[in-house]
Design a protein. Structure first.
Length: 403
């Protein structure tokens, strides 16, 4: 521990506000569903008329810490007065050695999450004010707390700007996709069912039957990833934590191996979910619960990858899916998807526009994820006193405040 730092506990320097019974209607009310995991800001709330039990009052600047399932990181800083559910703890500093802004950093840190994870209960794990009070904290001077808060705020502002850009790009991309169907009708593009579009070398086939792969077939050191609906997100395959099998196990299932440009489509559940196979996921096995769509050539694949993301396709599948408790697709429903085909003169331009926009989105997502990792590492290091922000940073803080 560096000179000038003080070791204490959360309970010694901060307090929680006590519950105050049922409130009259007309007061802002924050329930757990109003928290966004990992987001320090409140974007929505209700009214105390919605509360069915006792609530806890809070004031501007209070840190609201969700004690139910703390691993969800439901921690926000209030900007107004109101009431919150008793499943959240409302924190306020109780010592001049701690600033309210630094308290918010402490409660949003990995250390707080780790401490809160020592909880009671299994199905509905929760921490408590008493348990959190014993959390060990190291406090620098108020001036250094201010520098740390300013640095974190700067990183959060940058991350917020990236998220805003991502939202804008995503909304514009969805609007563009939605416009394609109207353009297809206006310009009388030729339409074909997906099954016809994939004739010749193209195929629509199912993944291996469940009887061909068993839980015991999946091994941690397997060479062949097995793509299932749970591994699909943002029209791509997420290889993190994916189940794998050995090459020898995959040999008799070789017709289900995915190639670059193929599409793996969920057969049940979220029937609008699919993934385009890129060079990283090529060679994976199309697993149980998926259809494999193989366009006949790269040009057809490029346009098909774009068209299948349009809202009209999702709407058709949601209406056509069969089943009771869970939506299901069959090859007939999938093969009947209407695919509009633009003239050759514009098809590549449209496909390229779609690819470039998605590449922009992916780049923003990677930058946001990287910044999140850096922020976590920097904050953990600063809170532990392993590094010190130089006093020269004060000039930068003043410039930021003036701006």
């Amino acid at each position: 521990m560096r000179d000038g730092w003080v070791e204490t506990t959360l309970g010694e320097v901060a307090r929680t506000r006590p519950p105050a019974g049922v409130a009259a209607p007309g007061i802002p009310y924050v329930a757990l569903e109003h928290f966004d995991s990992g987001d320090p800001d409140l974007h929505r709330w209700g009214d105390t008329a919605d509360a069915t039990s006792a609530t806890t009052p809070f004031e501007p600047g209070d840190v609201l810490f969700g004690k139910l399932r703390p691993y969800l990181r439901k921690v926000v800083v209030a900007e107004f007065s109101g009431r919150c559910t008793n499943e959240a703890l409302a924190y306020r500093v109780s010592s001049p050695t701690l600033s309210q802004e630094y308290l918010a950093l402490l409660l949003r840190s990995d250390a707080a999450l780790s401490h809160a994870s020592v909880t009671t209960g299994t199905r509905m794990p929760r921490t408590s004010a008493r348990s959190m009070a014993s959390m060990r904290v190291l406090l620098p001077s108020i001036e250094e707390q201010r520098r740390i808060v300013a640095l974190m705020n700067h990183m959060d502002s940058h991350a917020g700007a990236l998220r805003a850009e991502l939202n804008a790009v995503s909304e514009a991309h969805l609007a563009w996709l939605a416009s394609l169907n109207a353009r297809a009708d206006a310009e009388k593009w030729v339409r074909q069912p997906l099954a016809q579009f994939t004739e010749g070398t193209g195929k629509i086939q199912t993944g291996p039957f469940g009887s061909q792969l068993h839980r015991s077939d999946y091994v941690a050191d397997g060479e062949i990833p097995v793509v299932m609906p749970a591994n699909m997100s943002d029209w791509a395959v997420n290889l993190d934590g994916i189940a794998r099998i050995t090459s020898s196990m995959a040999e008799p299932l070789s017709r289900h191996l995915l190639r670059e440009g193929d599409i793996a489509w969920a057969r049940r559940g979220d029937v609008t979910r699919f993934a385009v196979i890129d060079h990283e996921s090529a060679g994976a096995l199309c697993g149980t619960g998926c259809f494999l769509i193989r366009p006949p050539d790269p040009g057809a694949a490029s346009w098909l990858h774009t068209w299948l993301k349009t809202p009209s396709v999702a709407s058709y599948l949601l209406v056509s899916a069969v089943g009771g408790t869970m939506d299901n697709l069959n090859a007939g429903i999938l093969g009947a998807i209407s695919v509009a085909i633009p003239p050759p003169a514009v098809i590549e331009d449209l496909s390229q526009l779609g690819r470039s926009t998605e590449s922009h989105q992916q780049a923003l997502k990677k930058e946001i994820a990287f910044l999140k990792e850096v922020r976590s590492a920097v904050l953990s290091s600063l809170l532990a006193g392993k590094h010190q922000i130089p006093t020269s940073y004060d000039e930068f803080i003043r410039d930021e405040e003036v701006a």
